[in-house]
Design a protein around this ligand. Sequence first.
Ligand code: PEP
Ligand code: MG
Length: 754
Amino acid sequence: MKSPAINQAMNILRELRAISEASHDIPEKMEKIVTMIAQQMGADASACYVVVDDNYLELFASCGFNPGMAHKISVPVGEGLVGEVVQTGRSLIVADVWKHPSFSYKPDIGEEPFKSFIGVPLIRWHRAIGVISLQKKEVYEYSRAELEVLETVAMVLTDMVASEEMIDYKNQLIKSRGQSSREKYKGLSLSKGYGIGNAVVHRRRQAVTKIFAEDKEKELKRLEVAHTKMNADLDEKFNSTKLGIGEHVDILDAYRMFAKDKGWYKKVSDNVNSGLTADAAVERAYEDMWNRLSGTKDAYMRERLHDLRDVADRLIGYLNGDQIGKQAARYENLVVVAQTMGPADLMDYDYTKIRGLVIEDGTPTMHVAIVAKALGIPVVAKINGIYNQIKNGELLALDGNEGYVYIRPSSPVQERFKAKIREKEQLRAKLASLKKLPSKTLDGHRINMYLNVGLAFDLDYIETTNCDGIGLYRTEIPFMASDVMPDVERQISYYRELMDRAGNKKVVFRSLDVGSDKLLPYWSNAGEENPAIGWRSIRITLDRRAILRKQMRAFLRAAEGKELNVMFPMISNYAEFEEAKETLLIELEKEKRRGNPTPKKVNVGLMIEVPSIVFQLEAVLKEADFISIGTNDLAQFVFACDRGNPRLTERYDVLSAPFLHVMQEIVTKADEAGVLCSVCGEMAGNPIEAMALISLGYRNLSMSGSSFGRVKSMVRSLNVEEMEDYIRILLRSNRRTLRPQLISYANDHGIEIY
Ligand code: PEP
Ligand code: MG
C-alpha cells in the first residue's frame, strides 16, 4: 500500500475504533461506522450487509440511501452485486451498476441516483459473513489503492461483525421474529461413535484490531519472542508422554516442522518491515498463501493450508498471551466445537476427556480428524453456522455414525445416547475379548491377520491385537513427516524400531510409495495432469535409483540376523519387478562383500495394484516369494475411478462380479504357484468384504488396527465351505453391487459383521 492510502486507512481505523468504543448500541454504532467510511472515502452512499442465516444477507446499516431501511432489506446470497460478493468471496468494482448483468434493482432502498460500486466481502474462516459497499453518483472506476483501503477496513469490520456482542444481537433478532433456532444439525461424519459432553468452543482466533505498527523494531521483537515460545511449547507438548502425544508422533512432527518453516516466517517478517503489526503481518501472510492455494485441487496442499491456518492462529494467540484450553478444565466430558482445528490443537485439551469434536470446516483428510479417529473420538463436520450457534458449557450429543449434532438434547435423546455409548463399550469389550482366541473360521480354516502400519501410534496395535505380523509397512509415512529426505542411518532407526516392536512377528516393508496423493514436502511435485497414473511409486524410485538403493541398504541393515520381507508397489510388468528385485539383491551382495551382517533370509514380493500385472502373473509368480494386493489402487484402475473422488464412491463397488473375478483369478494363480498371497488394501479391513475374500480363497489379510476386532469376529463366525457355493453363484450376477446380497447372507447365517 502506498503511503497516502496507508494514512487514509489509518484515519478510518482510528475513527472506527473511537466509534466502536463510544457506543454499545449496535444499530447506532453500525450506522455511524458506514457514514464515517463513506465520508472518509468520498462516497455518496455506503451499506453494510450481514449474513443472518446461511442463505440471506440483511442490510444492517446504510447511509445515502432511504433512511430507516436497516433490517428491512434482505438479499439472497448470490443475488445482485452484494449477493455476488458474498457468494464468490471476492471484492467487486463496477463503474456503472445499471450496465452490470448481476445488478438487481430494489425500489425500496432508493438506489436510483447511484452508479459506481465497490463491494468488499467480510471474510471469516474462508466464508463471507457480510459485505461493506460504497457507491458514487457518477460513473467511476474505484482504484486499486481505494480497494486496498477498503479491504483493510473490512478486516477490522469483520471482527466486529463476528464479535460475541453481534452474535447475541443477531440471535435476539431471530428470536424476536419468532424463528426458532435449530436444535439438531446434520453434518458429515468424519469419525464414528457417540458422545455426550459440555461444549467447549475452541476460539483460537484473535481479532486483529491493530493493523499498522508504530514501532517496527518492537513488532519484530514481539514476533520473534512469540514465535520462539510457540515452537518451544510445541516441542514440549510433542515430547510430553503425559499428553499422549507420543502416539501421534508423525502427524504432529509434520505440523511442528510447518510451524518452524523459515520461508513462511520470513514472509511474516517482511510484512512487519512493510509497516504492519506482527498480528496483522501473520494474517496477511496467511491470506496471501490462501489466495494462491485455495483453488488447488491437491488434497495435500489443502491440508497444508489447514495446518498453516492453525499455525497462524496459534502464533497470533502467542502474540497476545493467550491461554488455550483453560475453560475446558471445568468439565469431565467435553465436546470441542471448532471452526477449524489443527492436530496440535487437540492436545491443548485433556484428550481423555474429549467425547466428541464438531468441526465446521472439517474434511475427511484433515489431520485433526485422522488423529481424533485414532483416539476413538467421534467427529462431525460441515455444519454451516454451528460454530456461532453453540455456547460454552451447553450440553451436546454427537452421533458420529450418522453425522448428527444435538444441541441441548432432551432427556429421552440423552438416554438414547447413553444407551448407545454403553452398547459400544460392550462391543469393544467383546472384540477385545477375542484377542487371545485363534483367528479361525467355524469350519477350521486359519486366517492369518496382519496389521497395516504407517504412523507411530499404529504400532500399539501390535500388542493390543495379537496379530500375526505387519502385512504392510508404508515406509513413505516417515519420509512425508520428515523435513529432509531421511538418510540411511535415520531410515535404519525407523525400521529397527518397527522390527523391535514386532518381536518375532513377520514384518513386510514396502518400498517408498510416493507421488500422486502422497507428496514429500522437500520434493516439488512436477504438476502432472494425472498424478495417480503418473510418475509415482516404483516409477520414481527406479528412475531415481539412489533413493531405492539407500532404502534397500537400510532395510538390509535394520533386519540383520532376522527375516526380511520387502515388496515393491505399483508394479506394472514383469521387467519392472525384475529390475526392482535386482536392485535389492545387488545391495545384498554389496553388504556381504563389505562384511556387514545381513538378514537371515530375504523374501522379495510385489504389490498387485495395476491390472496389467494380473496378465503376467504366471511369470512374475516364478520370481516372487509373495504377493500382496493393494485393492485401493487396483480398484481405481480396474474401474478407471479416482479413489479420492467422493462423487464416484457410490458408483462402483469392489463387491461386484468384475472386481471379484479379478481377485479370484489372482488368488487361484498364486495358490497354483504356491506363492503366499495376501490383501492389504481397505477391502481386507471391512468385515463384509473380508468375508467375500475368504470365500474366494484368501487366507492372509492385512488391515488397520482399528478394523482388527471386527474382522476377527466375522472370521470366527464364518463357515467358509458353506459360503464358497454361494459366492460362485454371485459371481455370475450382473448387478452393479453384490453388497446387499452378501449382507443378507451374513445376517441369515449368523455371521458377525459389525
Ligand atoms: C492400496 O493401494 O490398496 C494400498 C494398500 O496402498 P496405498 O493405499 O498405500 O496406496
Ligand atoms: Mg496403493
